[in-house]
Design a protein around this ligand. Structure first.
Ligand code: 1CP
Length: 389
């Protein structure tokens, strides 16, 4: 099933369990394995945020100004983030709803971005199904026992809403606080998750991952299919709880040639996008260094294709084709240059975005820990000022 984002406004589904109170009882959470929400029905939060600039841009409708948010805006450079995180390990902080709510709101309060992104990490659902992994400061996700054989696949069981009850709780709290600012839910795409699971941690060349993909295509396909199931279930939890859009991060898939992407990765990503198509919330797809894959990543089922800084947006639009919005794409490193340079480079991005059907302004990848938060605040204001109609 392919969903369509746009068109007439779907009805609000009142009395949805996740919306009846700020703290939905776990027992009443819908079975996320069944795609039981009829196409186009919305939670109250999705309805409340429907007319936001961010969701309009995703739907390729006219906007009052170009909406802005930043990947990795939650956490990283903010002093108020470092303060609330003090002494709390990363994964534990993802499981504390009050803390998640606070960290998610911090960049919205400070920078006045047009969307919030849920504070979590792509490995949270894997931890939730019982894998022994941790996020090591300064390193990233590290898996104690990597997945490398058919027998290892048995450790990847289905994800249930109860496994991530803290996500439903946190989104319930968040949507009360966010008002008409949309919340973006997210997950890691099957390839990027597999790269951590197979390598056992961050990797530059993804050699073990590619060795499995090329050397044992059936095991690889089964691994990606398992991860697609888990990822779909995780995204459904977030949408059911009130996320107004979702982003699938395939951060490291730019390591692949288009033919290998199409053959060995795309079917699993298609499965994830199809699983959430019926909700009618925009689906964003992003990876780094994916200039050669942009068309295929759109084809996988995205409504919005994220572009890193290497391909100008007008050229990206040609590669993606009609019927999709684009997100991006200022080089994050530009933020370390003087304000006049940031503004000039931002103008270049906005000029390249002029003819797009829909544009969400973002960096070409995430906020870096050493970035000056004030430079980000100024950037949001600049994009808003330059694009207000
Ligand atoms: O202790 C800490 O503060 C650890 C730093 C940190 C943070 C703040 C990590 C470790 N993850 C996060 C949060 C996080 N991760 C968010 C929060 C929401 C936001 O503001 O965007 C998101 C969306 C992610 C997603 C994520 N994690 C991705 C995909 C996005 C991307 O940047 O490409 C990836 C690849 C990860 C893995 C990961 N987690 C953390 C690190 C340092 C890494 C990368 C490691 C590597 O280089 O492989």
């Amino acid at each position: 099933m392919r969903g369509r984002v746009g068109g007439t406004r779907p009805p609000c589904r009142e009395g949805h369990p996740a919306r009846t109170s700020g703290f939905p009882p776990h027992a009443k959470i819908l079975d996320v394995s069944a795609n039981d929400r009829p196409t186009g029905q919305q939670t109250k939060q999705q309805s409340r945020t429907y007319d936001s600039a961010f969701l309009k841009a995703c739907r390729r409708e006219p906007v009052p100004h170009t909406p802005v948010w930043f990947m990795r805006q939650a956490g990283r450079s903010l002093p108020e983030y470092l303060k609330v995180r003090e002494g709390i390990p990363m994964l534990e902080s993802c499981m504390r709803p009050e803390l998640v709510t606070e960290i998610t709101l911090q960049p919205v309060r400070r920078h006045k971005v047009d969307a919030a992104i849920y504070f979590s990490d792509i490995v949270v659902p894997l931890k939730a199904i019982g894998l022994d992994l941790d996020i090591k400061p300064g390193v990233g996700p590290v898996v104690a026992d990597p997945i490398r054989t058919r027998a290892d696949l048995a450790r990847l069981r289905d994800l249930t809403p109860e496994d991530v009850h803290y996500v439903t709780e946190a989104i319930g709290m968040l949507t009360g606080e966010l008002g008409d600012t949309p919340l973006i839910g997210f997950a890691g795409a099957p390839f990027t998750l597999a790269s951590y699971l197979v390598e056992g941690g961050p990797s530059r060349s993804h050699e073990r991952t590619k060795a499995m993909m090329y050397g044992d295509p059936q095991l690889w396909a089964d691994l990606l299919d398992r991860l697609a199931e888990i990822t779909s279930a995780f995204l459904k939890v977030q949408i059911e709880a009130g996320a107004s859009a979702v982003q699938l991060f395939d951060s490291w898939v730019g390591a692949l040639a288009p033919a290998d992407y199409r053959r060995s990765v795309m079917p699993a990503s298609v499965k994830v996008f199809d699983a959430v198509a019926g909700y009618g919330v925009p689906r964003i797809h992003f990876g780094v260094g994916t200039g050669e894959l942009l068309g295929l990543m759109g084809e996988a089922g995205a409504d919005v294709v994220g572009v890193d800084w290497r391909v100008p947006l007008d050229e990206a639009a040609r590669r993606v084709g009609p019927g999709k919005a684009l997100q991006g794409n200022l080089d994050p490193a530009v933020l370390f240059a003087p304000t006049e340079v940031v503004e000039a480079k931002t103008d270049e991005v906005l000029a390249a975005a002029k003819g797009l059907e829909g544009h969400v302004f973002n960096l070409g990848h995430g906020v870096m820990p050493s970035m000056d938060p004030d430079a980000l605040t100024r950037l949001v204001e600049y994009v808003h000022t330059r694009t207000t109609v």
